[in-house]
Design a binder for this molecule. Structure first.
Ligand SMILES: *[C@@H]1O[C@H](CO)[C@@H](O)[C@H](O)[C@H]1NC(C)=O
Ligand SMILES: *[C@@H]1O[C@H](CO)[C@@H](O)[C@H](O)[C@H]1NC(C)=O
Ligand SMILES: *[C@@H]1O[C@H](CO)[C@@H](O)[C@H](O)[C@H]1NC(C)=O
Ligand SMILES: *[C@@H]1O[C@H](CO)[C@@H](O)[C@H](O)[C@H]1NC(C)=O
Ligand SMILES: *[C@@H]1O[C@H](CO)[C@@H](O)[C@H](O)[C@H]1NC(C)=O
Length: 437
């Protein structure tokens, strides 16, 4: 069930090695394992740059008061009125249920150009639309649907960065689409590298940036002909990924996240030396498991932020996003076919989802204390539970045309847009309001 699939692939791989199974079998297993995860979900020949392709469609007009796809939205984009409600601060917004929301969605694939092709489920013929029509109801309060004018007004003159992998990018595209009811940003990227995009909402002097860092720490794809002939990642678990850490100083808000890349075979370095690995197939290296790498990577990434001389902003750790393969693993015909959310009493976080989540929470707590000593604010964007309850929101086979030869035919990792993770941005706005920014 679920991503345990990937887990069992790894153990199968290990067993194969122990039994000295013919190299080809091992290779196939490892190759399949590597091909999974976030970037090359589809054709392995596609470069990682492909994933940002949607952005190349950027309109250059800075403030086209673009069409609103929904007149039934609960809050008019043109009205801004925000009165802090003190009672809200008592409420755990992350504990609740999904309830029907006939007013959703607030954008479509025609009103918003920012939806990544592989998450544009309607384009590929997804027949049902109910998965768009839910909202999150915290047990003890209301969570308003994101009001784009309010969001832009609150962030006037500010800079917000997303740091992470393609699920982080998925959230950023959701945000661009939610805000598109008011306006679109202008592309002001400082590099042609699609992994590092920068947008400005000119009318609001609000900057949105994305930094590609799927492991959060310095990493390198080792020799593609490495021990398994499929390439391994070297993870320098105690070293900052300077592609993003050197730039945080100018940002007011940083949202970091990471997850599924840690399933990949990798070799762990600390203090410049190899300390072990995850599923690396190297005889004299200890398999420390992905949990080791995950914990150390978060520890280092959070330290990069709280130890920064220049960073004065608020840090959000967006917690692990569970996938929902059922009936087999991702490479054994597993799929996500449910058509409505779970109630909270119908499922629970377990297995590696729970393990990865707990690691994040523990590392967050430790770092938060250090940050507080330095007057910095760390916040947990604790989306895991709400996300766990949405097996219905993945692309499944509607992330590509049926005849396309894709590696992960059923994508139960990413999220259709519009869809459940629009709510991650509802959470974000709520938390930004709490900061009184
Ligand atoms: C949007 O989705 C519709 C189906 O609802 C599809 O026919 C159309 O091609 C899609 N448009 C874009 C721009 O993705
Ligand atoms: C825009 O915001 C930046 C901070 O993000 C600030 O330094 C700059 O002065 C602002 N520009 C204008 C025209 O307000
Ligand atoms: C593992 O063995 C190789 C030679 O086979 C050697 O170069 C390397 O230093 C060894 N690594 C460790 C961590 O012992
Ligand atoms: C879950 O809770 C609902 C009410 O909230 C109840 O109707 C349902 O029977 C419960 N399901 C399980 C499996 O306990
Ligand atoms: C699909 O792609 C794989 C790998 O690129 C290739 O080996 C296979 O022959 C392709 N299958 C079809 C039906 O095109």
């Amino acid at each position: 069930m679920k991503l345990q699939a990937v887990e069992s692939s790894s153990s199968v791989g290990k067993r194969l090695v122990l039994k000295k199974t013919p190299r080809l079998v091992l290779l196939l297993t490892v190759l399949a394992l590597i091909i999974f995860t976030l970037i090359p979900l589809y054709k392995p020949t596609i470069t990682p740059l492909f994933i940002f392709k949607a952005f190349s469609l950027t309109s250059s007009s800075s403030s086209s008061s673009s069409s609103s796809s929904s007149s039934s939205s609960p809050s008019s984009p043109s009205s801004v009125s925000y009165v802090p409600e003190s009672s809200d601060s008592e409420c755990d917004i992350f504990s609740g249920e999904w309830v029907p929301n006939p007013g959703a969605p607030y954008y479509t694939n025609t009103s918003c150009w920012a939806i990544h092709d592989h998450q544009n489920c309607m384009k590929y013929g997804r027949p049902d639309t109910d998965f768009m029509k839910w909202k999150w109801k915290p047990d003890a309060c209301e969570l308003p649907v994101l009001n784009p004018s309010l969001f832009l007004e609150l962030l006037r003159g500010k800079k917000l960065a997303f740091v992470g992998d393609s699920v982080g990018r998925n959230q950023m595209q959701s945000l661009i689409c939610l805000l598109s009811r008011v306006t679109y940003p202008e592309d002001v990227s400082y590099t042609p590298d699609e992994k590092f995009k920068r947008w400005v909402y000119k009318d609001y002097n609000f900057t949105l940036a994305t930094f590609w860092s799927p492991f959060l720490v310095r990493s390198k794809e080792a020799d593609p002909n490495g021990p398994t002939l499929t390439g391994l990642f070297n993870l320098y678990l105690d070293e900052f990924d300077e592609d993003w850490t050197t730039q945080m100083g100018e940002f007011d808000y940083v949202i970091i996240s990471a997850g599924h890349w840690f399933f990949r075979p990798s070799i762990f370095y600390e203090k410049g030396h190899i300390v072990g690995c995850h599923f690396c197939q190297v005889k004299n290296l200890t398999d420390l498991t992905k949990y080791y790498g995950y914990r150390k990577a978060f520890r280092t990434a959070l330290r990069a932020i709280y130890s920064s001389e220049s960073f004065k902003g608020v840090t959000y750790l967006r917690t692990f996003s569970p996938s929902h393969f059922e009936g087999g693993s991702w490479n054994e015909g597993g799929n996500c076919l449910r058509r409505k959310p779970f109630l909270s009493n119908e499922t629970r976080l377990d297995g590696f989802n729970l393990e990865l989540y707990m690691i994040q929470v523990e590392e967050f707590r430790a770092a938060e204390e250090k940050a507080r000593e330095r007057g910095l604010r760390f916040r947990l964007l604790d989306t895991t539970q709400a996300t766990l309850l949405r097996p219905d929101g993945h692309p499944s086979r509607y992330g590509h045309w049926p005849h396309e030869n894709v590696t992960l035919y059923n994508d139960c990792v990413h999220w259709c847009l519009p869809g459940p993770i629009d709510t991650w941005n509802d959470f974000l706005l709520h938390m930004l309001k709490m900061e009184g920014c």
